[in-house]
Design a protein around this ligand. Structure first.
Ligand SMILES: [Fe+2]
Length: 348
């Protein structure tokens, strides 16, 4: 294929204003398509949280709210329901914008509706509609907690370094972050453990988005695609920091220590454990960046661009977010990720 044919996915066309639309390279379209898919999946599980524990309104309609679950979330922060609502609203606009941008530039938007096959929560408050993602069989890697508190290790420089887990129990076994049905509403400590699991799942996901966007952006060719990626990415960072604070409440008195009597899942009180687990840190500690010969720097990490999309897909799969999904779903997502990882910045 000629360089020109490869570079240009869509021919310039006049839009309503009469100005020529600029074109998307295949690589840029692939980067945006993977981001759009990730945002559709994020929206799907945030909607599930909002139906049960957020605020149902015209911006985020669907559910009816579950008062018992909402109260347990409110134990972690009185504004929890508002934050769920606003995070959900953000993700819906992210995928809607990305798909519209792709379409307006002659590229194919992402449609995951054929994969909407999973049963969601049957608890009071749920809309009962079919889902793309599963919040009821999660295994959470909470090592981001210590990764962002470490001033000596950066996964991009130390790919084999093992950052300790904040809540080791969440990484061993499968746990629900929402009441599966009304039997999960009691006993009290069980429902609080479910709310605590949500409080750790939320920043665990959002720190992934917080790394994904700068990782992908390094391979954007068009300055406008770069602008899109570096404008959406930091909103994921805002989510991550907000939810880090709620996770901190789940490992602090008076909530912690807490043991779920149904399965033994333990949320330790991390008070007094030293800086790598300190429970009130929500800003990154400076760490080595690019080279240890340079001064430490407070940064998002990791931001390695090679294999970033496949890495994100593996991370989401390993946490159980797609438990029950079809082989066709995984094949579809793998294609999107491979295409995104093959994208190269033109001129590099
Ligand atoms: Fe998003």
């Amino acid at each position: 294929m000629s360089v020109v044919a490869d570079r240009v996915l869509a021919k310039d066309k006049d839009d309503d204003s009469g100005e020529a639309r600029h074109t998307l390279t295949r690589g840029d379209a692939a980067l945006l398509r993977f981001a759009a898919a990730a945002e559709i999946l994020e929206s799907d599980f945030w909607i599930q949280y909002n139906e049960l524990g957020g605020i149902q309104d015209a911006e985020v309609p669907g559910g009816f709210g579950n008062p018992a679950y909402t109260a347990k979330l409110a134990n972690l922060d009185g504004d929890f329901a508002q934050y769920i609502h606003d995070n959900t609203d953000d993700e819906i606009t992210h995928f809607t914008f990305l798909n519209a941008y792709l379409e307006s530039h002659g590229a194919q938007p992402v449609d995951l509706e054929p994969f909407r096959t999973l049963a969601g929560s049957k608890a009071t408050g749920s809309s009962g509609k079919l889902r793309l993602t599963n919040l009821m069989k999660l295994t959470l890697d909470t090592s981001w907690w210590t990764r962002y508190r470490s001033d000596t290790n950066n996964p991009d420089l130390d790919p084999t370094f093992v950052f300790p887990q904040a809540v080791p129990g969440l990484s061993k076994g499968t746990f629900t972050a929402i009441p599966r049905d009304n039997s999960d509403l009691t006993p009290d400590t069980h429902l609080q453990a479910i709310a605590n699991t949500a409080a750790f799942h939320m920043p665990t996901i959002e720190q992934g988005g917080n790394s994904l966007y700068p990782s992908l952006a390094q391979r954007a060719t068009s300055v406008e695609v770069l602008r899109i990626l570096i404008s959406i990415g930091p909103t994921e960072t805002m989510h991550f920091q907000t939810w880090s604070d709620k996770a901190g409440a789940a490992v602090s008195p008076p909530i912690a220590p807490l043991v779920d009597p149904t399965n033994g899942l333990t949320f330790p009180d991390l008070t007094g454990g030293g800086e790598t687990v300190q429970n009130n840190l929500i800003m990154p500690e400076p760490c080595p960046f690019l080279s240890r010969r340079l001064p430490k720097c407070s940064i998002i990490r990791p931001t390695e661009t090679r294999g970033a999309a496949m890495g994100a897909l593996a991370f989401l799969t390993a946490m159980g977010l797609f438990a029950g999904q079809s082989p066709k779903f995984f094949a579809f997502m793998r294609d999107l990720a491979e295409d995104a990882d093959q994208a190269r910045r033109m001129g590099d």
